[in-house]
Ligand binder design. Structure first.
Ligand code: FHN
Length: 591
């Protein structure tokens, strides 16, 4: 059994998960640890899934009246200030004639995916199935007479994928929330009626399509409380006892069952829940013509390995065009991912998280069934060592041998650090080379204490993804930004905000006493945070510097620029990471 499941089971048995939930005034239906484990088993082994954002917004492709609208395309109604009178009739143009469910699902299967989740109703409120509870759906608001969810479910059954349905708690179309002029406010006028509507629709989805996952979103809205989520969770568990529900059914910051979703971010370590990372292949979730911010296949493959090595599944998104065809780039990304995954099925599906083994050159996992007494490790090499010698650090073996993925022996040497593999005769594979180490008697040599223990809820900006502007500033050893000496030097990131929230911002930095004392200034979304750099022991001793609290009240991307403030010493600091920790007692004032 995988370590994170063991831990979660322990928590369940100890009543920890339950007591946390009960303190919010509602009680979860009881479920034994064994039953929970069984229900989650396929999901824990799945590793890779397909996310589809598809709705009326897909027709617009992120443009309104001929002009691109900022941010996520599925939010166009809001960011384009489109009134309901203008938006609702657009559904009449929804005619996905090019949607071929078999082709969609086959693409996912060939990429290595084991499940899919499709937006059956996103925030816009349009339903992709013919619901008896609204006319704003594919059955009545369009002339398109196909049951696309039924077709996708059948294609998933045929190709052996699990079928999941996304359902937004926020609904900009339902009369309880519809705003008259714009969407700057989404009030709640009749919660009882809306909850009954949701329950009725969710029952329809379950009765018709028997989804393996019910994937919620929009839980941050002020009128949706923890007890509402628990009540809905219980209702669904009764309707479909084997179905898996994501934690956004309640309040994502507190509720951890059945699994936790990390959006466009990776925790960088295993977390104490079963989890999934959902990621876009460019920037927007819904199809956006102007969004050319495509991730490379290498980035996507390494993301999959990274998430899996930390015990999560990758749910990778595609935003099909209005007619149901996929953007060419997504098709190519999927094909290229499939080339790697089909050549490495064992390294993908037979691997378990062993996240204490952190290596600078890539990731490590263990084969299922491995134990400290004997087993084997997969090494996923992202950065090929220039010396040709790969150092596996922090671990000792009584006996070990190393092999290439196809079984050729690799010379090894035991060092004070761990094991050194001589890769001179090993052929490099594009995107990530997989090696194996078979061992007897593995012991962890040193658990190097990291400067910051991530809880998994933070947003993180790493040094190596910053755009650096200025004369002297540069990225050193791929780990930190240094040589920050010129007053105009700045680091720039785009931060993805998954839900409106207040964050405490901290910098993981080092600064020798001789240089400390500059002011730093962080500009985010038109707001500014500042702090004065305090000395740390030396240039390599990293500590946390508190920059204060900031409210980010919109979903999507915001610009972050970091540089010198008023007071300037010879150097600013060395910076590894900017960490955004959600502040607990925040309630969104926008939604
Ligand atoms: O607002 C949505 C967004 O449009 C998208 O659906 C993502 C996917 O996880 N979820 C929300 C933001 O958290």
């Amino acid at each position: 059994m995988n370590r994170r499941i063991q831990k979660l089971l322990f928590m369940l048995l100890a009543g920890l998960v339950l007591s946390e939930t009960i303190s919010h005034g509602a009680e979860l239906v009881p479920e034994s640890a064994d039953a929970y484990q069984q229900r989650m088993e396929w999901f824990s082994d799945a590793k890779f899934g397909l996310f589809i954002h598809y709705g009326v917004y897909s027709i617009l492709g992120g443009e309104w009246k001929g002009k691109p609208v900022q941010k996520y395309a599925e939010w166009i109604q809001r960011w384009g200030n489109i009134t309901p009178d203008e938006y609702i009739p657009l559904a009449g143009d929804f005619s996905p004639d090019a949607l071929n469910a078999d082709v969609w699902v086959k693409r996912a299967k060939d990429a290595g995916m084991k499940y899919m989740v499709i937006t059956t109703k996103h925030h816009e409120g349009f339903c992709l199935w013919d619901s008896a509870l609204t006319k704003y759906d594919i059955g009545e608001a369009t002339d398109f007479n196909r049951d696309i969810l039924g077709e996708l479910k059948a294609a998933c059954d045929k190709h052996g994928l699990e079928f999941g349905t996304y359902y937004s708690i926020i609904d900009w179309h339902h009369p309880s929330q519809r705003a008259e002029q714009s969407l700057n406010q989404t009030p709640m006028r009749d919660k009882e009626a809306y909850v009954a509507y949701m329950k009725g629709q969710l029952k329809e989805l379950i009765d018709r399509y028997d989804p393996a996952i019910m994937w919620f979103d929009g839980d941050w809205t002020r009128w949706w409380a923890m007890e509402d989520g628990i009540d809905l969770y219980n209702y669904l568990r009764e309707l479909s006892p084997d179905m898996i529900i994501n934690h956004r059914v309640a309040k994502r910051k507190t509720f951890k069952l059945d699994f936790v979703c990390q959006e466009n971010k990776s925790p960088g370590a295993a977390i104490e829940s079963i989890w999934e990372g959902c990621w876009t292949v460019n920037h927007s979730w819904g199809y956006k013509k102007s969004d050319t911010n495509w991730k490379s296949s290498e980035e996507l493959i390494q993301k999959l390995i990274d998430i899996n090595a930390n015990g999560g599944n990758l749910l990778l998104n595609v935003g099909p065009k209005g007619d149901g065809s996929w953007p060419e780039m997504s098709i190519r990304q999927f094909e290229e991912m499939g080339e790697w995954t089909s050549a490495h099925t064992e390294a993908l599906y037979d691997a378990d998280c062993i996240s204490f083994l952190k290596q600078s050159w890539g990731r490590v996992a263990q084969t299922k069934g491995s134990a400290p007494a004997s087993g084997s490790l997969f090494l996923y090499v992202f950065d090929w060592p220039r010396s040709g010698k790969l150092s596996l650090q922090g671990v000792r073996f009584e006996q070990a041998d190393a092999r290439s993925y196809v079984g050729e022996e690799i010379p090894i040497q035991t060092t004070t650090q761990g094991l050194e593999l001589d890769l001179s005769s090993v052929e490099k594979t594009s995107h990530a080379t997989v090696l194996r180490v078979n061992y007897k008697g593995m012991s962890v040599q040193s658990l190097s204490k990291s400067e910051y223990q991530f809880s998994g809820d933070e947003l993180v900006l790493q040094a190596n993804v910053a755009t650096l502007n200025g004369k002297t500033i540069k990225l050193e050893k791929n780990t930190h930004i240094g040589f920050w000496t010129n007053p105009n030097d700045t680091a720039f990131w785009i931060l993805n905000v998954p839900a409106p929230e207040t964050y405490r911002v901290k910098a993981l930095y080092a600064c020798d006493a001789k240089y400390a004392g500059s002011d730093i200034r962080l500009m985010i979304d038109g707001k500014t945070l500042s702090a004065t750099v305090k000395p740390t022991k030396n240039w390599n001793a990293y500590e946390l510097l508190d920059l204060g609290v900031i409210e980010l009240n919109q979903v999507g991307s915001v610009d972050c620029t970091l540089g010198f403030g008023k007071t300037r010493k010879k150097s600013l600091f060395n910076l590894k990471t900017l960490i955004f920790q959600p502040v607990d007692d925040f309630e969104s004032s926008v939604f």
